[in-house]
Design a protein around this ligand. Structure first.
Ligand code: FE2
Length: 146
């Protein structure tokens, strides 16, 4: 794997790591009449991201690269912003998640393109799976926000 691609994959890993904690924040702090559904849905999202975090880190290891593996490391390169721990309504929580999922989809699509140019097919396959999952999540959230 070329260094530049490894750096991009690590930046993606960092955003996954930040999102994993941020989704817990929203899971804990969301309030409103649809609390239960939102609270439970946010849990399914962070559970899914835990698997992505592991898979992407192991993809780097399989290619002889060192995955970022600390919050300090993630925060040093992540582009997805963290949130303070404050209560917020379901609509605001879902709008926040929508924006972050769109960012992750854009980042995964970009990495997929770069990996394809380098015939790095393991990365291409992972990113295609991730983009498909973001597409579904984005559809779910957009439907909730209608
Ligand atoms: Fe919980």
């Amino acid at each position: 794997m070329k260094k530049e691609l490894a750096t991009q994959v690590n930046a993606y890993l960092a955003n996954i790591g930040v999102s994993y904690i941020k989704l817990h924040n929203l899971h804990w702090n969301v309030v409103g009449s649809q609390f239960k559904a939102a609270h439970e849905y946010l849990e399914t999202l962070y559970d899914a991201l835990a698997d992505v975090l592991d898979a992407i880190a192991e993809l780097l290891k399989m290619n002889g690269e060192a995955p970022l593996a600390s919050m300090k490391g993630y925060l040093s390169v992540a582009t997805i912003p963290e949130l303070e721990s404050v209560e917020l309504d379901v609509k605001s929580a879902m709008q926040t998640v929508l924006k972050d999922m769109e960012s992750l989809r854009t980042q995964a699509s970009f990495i997929r393109e770069q990996a394809d140019k380098e015939n790095q097919f393991d990365v291409v396959a992972h990113m295609e799976d991730d983009v498909a999952n973001y597409n579904k999540t984005i559809w779910f959230i957009q439907s909730m926000l209608k």
